[in-house]
Design a protein around this ligand. Structure first.
Ligand code: KIV
Length: 256
């Protein structure tokens, strides 16, 4: 099988080929998902919650993403491995490029940051440095504290038109694809129709060019919070509890 590249992902725009993407933050998960044939793996800054136990992504540092990217990269031989630039790691274009290079050195094939028009200079600097870039617009988790929660975007005419401009900013500055997070499905569909790069939705309806999900939500490995959009296909949390109880009983000699 040929390795997935940004150009391959881009070439699926307008075809029936949908992009299947998941997060992965370590070697075994990345390897299992890669072997299953996933197209794109994201070392998302959601690792702040799913792996490090923070309440949101606002405390994630570059060292955290670099560390997890190194592990995930060793498990990938087919998927496109993208790594997140965490909050404040792209406050200006030079910093964005420098930190993107650290992620590429750690084994990522592409980077992602949150935002469109306000980050145009950063996105342009990254793509002009030859680093493949994945956009992310809509609900931006790095802004959850200012916004006071995870709110669906695109409910008003003003928000709809803002999101269309955000999408164009990512497209014009060289992004190869664009994540649409928590956007009203009709607006996500309109964005998908109006730009030339593929959209990858999360909580944004079915009319995107692909879907991305947090791995822990897919397999039921984070039972303390389940986003509405995340349809889980497993119950890893229960399997771990069962295995731990069996081990504890066996070790203590409580089993007949
Ligand atoms: O950090 C992350 O996991 C993400 C996805 C939700 C798109 O950005």
């Amino acid at each position: 099988m040929n390795k997935i590249t940004p150009d391959i992902i881009r070439s699926w725009k307008g075809t029936r080929r949908r992009i299947a993407a998941l997060t992965a933050y370590d070697f075994p998960t990345a390897r299992l998902l890669d072997e299953a044939g996933i197209d794109l793996l994201l070392v998302g800054d959601s690792l702040g919650m799913t792996v490090l136990g923070y309440p949101d992504t606002t405390r994630v540092q570059m060292q955290d993403v670099i560390h997890h990217t190194r592990g995930a990269a060793r498990g990938v031989s087919w998927a496109l491995l993208t790594a997140d630039l965490p909050i404040h790691s792209y406050d200006c274009p030079d910093l964005a490029v420098r930190n993107s290079r650290y992620l590429i050195d750690a084994g990522a094939h592409a980077v992602k940051l949150e935002g469109g028009q306000a980050c145009s200079a950063q996105i342009r600097a990254i793509t002009q440095a030859g680093i493949p870039f994945l956009g992310h617009i809509g609900m931006l988790p790095q802004h959850v504290l200012e916004e006071g929660g995870y709110r669906t975007k695109g409910r008003t005419a003003k928000e709809r038109s803002f999101l269309l401009d955000e999408a164009r900013a990512v497209e014009e500055n060289g992004g190869f694809a664009l994540v649409l997070e928590l956007i009203v499905p009709s607006v996500a569909a309109e964005i998908t129709r109006s730009i030339s790069i593929p959209t990858i939705g999360i909580g944004s309806g079915t009319e995107c060019d692909g879907q991305i999900l947090v791995f822990h939500d897919l397999v039921g490995y984070f039972p303390w919070f389940k986003p509405k959009h995340a349809q889980s296909e497993g119950n890893v949390a229960e399997e771990i509890r069962k295995a731990a109880r069996a081990y504890i009983d066996r070790t203590r000699g409580d089993v007949a």
